[in-house]
Design a protein around this ligand. Sequence first.
Ligand code: UDX
Length: 471
Amino acid sequence: MKVAVIGTGYVGLVAGACFAEMGHQVTCVDKNAATVDKLRRGESPIFEPGIEKLIARNLVRKRLSFTLQAQDALAGADVAFICVGTPPRDRDGEPDLSLIYAVAKDIAHGMTGRLTVVVKSTVPVGTGDAVEQIICRTRRDVAVSVASNPEFLREGSAIDDFQHPDRIVIGVEDAQAEQALRGLYAPLTEDGVPLIVTRRRTSELIKHASNAFLATKIGFINEMADLCEKVDADVTELASAIGLDARIGAAFLKAGPGYGGSCFPKDTCALLHTAQEYGVPLRIVESTVAANNARKHRMALKVIEATGGSVDGLKIAVLGLTFKPNTDDMRESPAVPLIRHLQRAGASIAVFDPQGHRQAADQLSDVTFCAGPYEAAAGADAVVLMTEWDVIAALDLTRLRKAMRAPVMIDLRNIYPPEQVARAGFRLVGVGRPHRTDAPATADENVFELLRYRALPSGERGRGSHEELVK
Ligand code: UDX
C-alpha cells in the first residue's frame, strides 16, 4: 500500500520505517529541511536503538523516502498518518492541537483521491471529529475517512514494540477506513497480533486510559516502597510476589524516583483535562499525578538525609540523567528536580549519562558533565544512581568507592543487591529496601539450615536458633 507519514518524531519515524519494512511504500514528511536531509542520508534525528539500520535498509530498497512537501507524499496515497506533536499548552494539561489541525489542512489541500487519514499522535477524545470537519470543509470533492490508531511504543524499544505489539487498536467510523487499516497491518495480524476494531472516540480514549493505568501502577508500587521503608520490608520482593498474580501482572511494578518521559506526565494531565471538561472526576488519576510530582521532589530529600542532613558544600555525583535507559530524552526526567533541589541546598553536582548530556544541558546549569561514571564520582561525598543504563548497572563498585570521598550510595532504581554494595564498602540507601544490608537467607538456605538443625542431638538444639529457623 502507499502510505504518507506526516511528522518524523519518535512515532512517525518508527511507524514509517516499520511500515516500509513490512513491504509498504512509505513517504515521510517533515517541515524541517535539516531533518529531511539527515534522514535522506540514513541518519536519524532521534536516538532510538536500531532505527538507522531500518531506515538505511529501506532507503536502499526504495520503499522509504523523505520529503519536505506533503503533496509529494499524498499523491496517490491510500493512507496518510498524522504523527505530529501534541505538547501541553499550559500547566492545566490541555494539549496544543494546532499542529494536528495544520496538518489536516495540508492533507485536505494535497490529497488526490479517496484517502484514509489516520491520527496516530496521542490526542484527546473527539480530535478525529475535528480533523474530519477540517478536511471535509476544505475539500468537498474528494471522499475521506478519518480513523484513530494510537501507538503504544516505548522509547528505547520502539521498533520491537511496533513489530511485536500486544495489540493493534483501530478506531473507525466506516468500512473504507477499516479495510485500509486491516490491509496495512495484515503482515502483523496474520502473525497472530490481536486487532481491536472500535469506534474512533473509544480508540482515542484507549490510549489515554492505557497510559494513565500504567502510570497509576507505578504510583502504587512507589507508595508501597515508602511504606516498606517504614516497616522494614522489601518492595522488590513484594512486587515479585504480587506480580505473580496473573490479575495484577509483573510489569510496571518497579519502584523508583517517579515516572517521567514525554508520555505519562503529559497524557495523564491531558486525560484529567478532558474529564474536567466533561465534568467527570478522575480521582485516581488525579492522585497519581500529584503523588508522582511530589515524589520527584522528595528524592532530593532522600539524598540529603543519606548524607547526614545537609549537602551544603558537598559534591554529589549523579549517574544517569534520562528518564529511562536507551534514550537521550530528558523530558520530565526525575533527575532534573533532584539536581536543582540539591544545588539550591548548596551541593555541587557532577553527572554522567551515556546519551543525555546534550538535552540535559538545556535544562540544567552549573553541573559538570563527565565522560564516565568514575570521573563523575571522583572526590564525591555521595553517588546517586538515577537511571538504570547497562553501563551504570555494570559498575566496578570497589573502583567507584575508591574514587569517592565518602562511601554513600543512593540507588533510586534498586540496581544493585544490597549485599554487593555493602561488600564494596558503601552505605546504601535504596527505594523500599529493608534497613539491614545483610542478605536474607534464600529458601534453599533455610531448608539446609533446618536439616542441619534437625540432625543435631536434641540437647544441642538451642531455642534461639530454632526460632530463627522457623521464622
Ligand atoms: C510510555 C508507554 O509505556 C508507551 O506504551 C506509550 O506509547 C508512551 O509512554 P515511555 O514513555 O517510552 O512509554 O516509557 P516507559 O518505559 O513506559 O517508562 C515511563 C516511565 O515510567 C519511566 O520514567 C520509567 O523509569 C518509569 N517506570 C516504568 C517505573 O518507574 N517503573 C516501572 O515499573 C516502569
